[in-house]
Design a protein around this ligand. Sequence first.
Ligand SMILES: *Cc1c(COP(=O)(O)O)cnc(C)c1O
Length: 878
Amino acid sequence: MTSTIDPKTIGKPQRPRRHVRTLTGYTPEKDASGKDQWPRGDEGVWRDGMRTVDKDVQAVTRSIVGHVQTSLARQAYNLDNLGAYQAAALSARDDLLVNWNTTQLTFTRKQPKRAYYLSLEFLMGRTLDNALLNLGLKDKFTDGVQKLGFNMEDVIEQERDAALGNGGLGRLAACYLDSSASQELPVWGYGLRYKYGIFQQLISPQGEQLEAPDPWLDNQNPWELPRLDVTYDIRFYGRADRLDDGTGRAVWHGGQEVLAVAYDVMIPGYDTASTNNLRLWESKPQRGFDLNSFNAGNYEGAVEASNSASAITSVLYPNDHTTCAPNRSIPIHFGKELRLKQQYFWTAASLADIMRRFKNAGKNIREFPDFVAIQLNDTHPTLAIPELMRILIDDEDLTWDQAWTIVTNTFFYTNHTVLPEALEKWPVPLIENVLPRHMQIIYDISMNGQVLLASNHVSDIQLTAFVEGQPKQVRMAHLACIGSRKVNGVAELHSELVQTTILKDFVEFEGVSKFGNVTNGITPRRWLDQCNPELSALITKTLKIEKSVWLKDLTKLEGLLPFAEDKAFRAQWSAIKQRNKERLAHHVQTTLGLIIRTDAMFDVQIKRIHEYKRQTLNILGVIHRYFALKKMTPEEKKKVNRRVVFFAGKAAPAYYIAKLTIRLIVNVARVINADPDTKEYLQLYFLPDYSVSLAEVLIPASDISQHISTAGTEASGTSNMKFCLNGGLLLGTVDGANIEIAEEVGENNVFFFGHLTPAVEDLRYQHLYHPVPIEEKCPPLAFVLNQISAGVFGGDGVYEPLLNTIRQSDYYLITDDFDSYIATLEMVDEAYLDKEEWIKKSIRTTAKMGKFSSDRAINEYAESYWNIEPVSIPTGGL
Ligand SMILES: *Cc1c(COP(=O)(O)O)cnc(C)c1O
């Protein structure tokens, strides 16, 4: 199973063993006295102002060696993989910088309308490989690094993931940045530079999830450029006094001021010089110490003030779709005030920066929406709406109506969930204390909304009463909706649900045209070319078009369809899948010391652990299969399809039920993998510490992946797209983007099961008011639950709270979907045994995934929402 962990090492960064060696394959010139002359700094080749095109292997090695000596101040004679990575990264960065400067200068000169993507999360993963592929320099660097005595894959592995996100929402932001740059769209990202990213997941000997900090910045981060000159003062607390001059203006004063410092991350486009920017803010005390308290002899108080300022960007909150436990009203504890301060700090710094850039262009403030579009990625940046109102009214002297016109033409809001427990609500007293001026503005927005409705003869004042409840809370989705030009969901079904459930009233009164859909996408650069280079090469060879063409127009993959009928092609296709399984097995062996068999179907479910995603359904299905195998005769077993099941994913640290699910998976794996009756036919692994980099190894190796959320709960899902793009088939419910994937690839190439969205409410009602005992409703499931209770997988009763969620209200419909799930798993087995037919399905699936490129999605935002256009960037500098 998972490696056992010595608790004493938890939280301590594990130092990789160092293999020191001398750079080979590079012969330095000799000076007059015969001493070696090593190059200094980057002396890459420039010809006709073009470098990225002409940088040859020789230039790469010179540049890397130069960085070893100067930037890293290390000796070329003894260098480890980490040093080689850092030098290679700095060398690639030199190329990015040229393009990045050119791009930003072009924007400044041409002054196009720009879009800003505000996201509290950017789950970037590693950068080096991606940057080299986008620059078209991967081969040259691979050769260059090899000449210096290193292996490119080992060097790439040295980079720590930039894991500034929880899951899909943060990864979507990262894919959109890649697509914006690749489509040459003037888009910047704005986020926070967390000192600690998503926690590192460790598994204890009992199978419990343990959380350790992720100090990802401990090794210097070569990809960020500190902009110590770009800073803003951000205010909290204090008082807001309305002026009685009839203008509605107010003065906000006193309180705490914190400094926001910018760090820029370059975002290279694929096969273009266009290189966009991701600006991340760090919080710092405005002056290192509060001199007043210092003088009064209050040394500790002075130091504390500086601590609390830095705390704002210290850590990413590890909740994904959980602000409190579902239907149980147990609040998941977290420091609410600090989270609110994070959100305001980030939106205020970003808006100040956007406003300064706009003003530098010398435009009239009324033209703001002609030059600026701001996308709110979920409700996290909703405070940008009252903040822009504050700037326009208090600082720019506009009237309320003038300001509101600008605001409602600037913002766009993407909803990411309709789960009631995941909708953000902030207590009024908290906002009043931390952001007194914003609370006034929020009340005014609410009141004005009601006046507006009354004038339209709408009597339902509840509509804009987004300040509701006892104690009063602000419903952020309502505020985001009323303050935005357009609102969208992230897949067709989800956008429909947004309009018919949580924002239903707004559709009625503001008109349906305010609402839209943009189905999510993924970047095919990272999620095919980078993570599955062999498949990418086979596709290029087969389509007989340049890789740079189909990677930018993914619908070109349809050209693969006829080859599904070509036996030789199918053999190549399946050989690549096999090698990817072996690559995964090798990875598991080197990281966890476990031997995995590769002559089996690989069945993968990797995503955040949450009741709505139903990892429980999957593990209960595995247990069911285990007992079925144990009952079989040796003859019967021979006909069985061998299956290796993989799970990976993190649970929110306070999400007790999700953590129990992990514990159950780990302990079931222990029993199954050790049972001589079954281990040849069924293996189970929980791979700890799920991340972008782990996904890049798992996804290309998958035969089938599971996306089995209760219908209507998964807004879109994006890992479903990643698997299908890599020729993995989909086992799922009729939910989120699964539906659109099936529309594209054809229903006979996916495995669907379970109840549909319209049935869910009724079923829940039945559970509550007409419950049927599980023994009656679903005997095979009852058997499985009883085995767990009886201690077959240990635990001494620890799993009861998890099992009770199913036995009692069963909010996520495990008891309703179990039978059809098991039946569908059997269909999957049967289909897999017909190898040739399976490969055909796999090829057809990849071929029809064009729609799910994030290039398509970002172009929809650009055209239908932001109204921005591509700006072409000259290669090699201005
Ligand atoms: C794509 C991705 C996700 C989203 O997965 P879903 O199955 O769509 O929830 C989460 N985490 C990582 C690391 C990813 O790459």
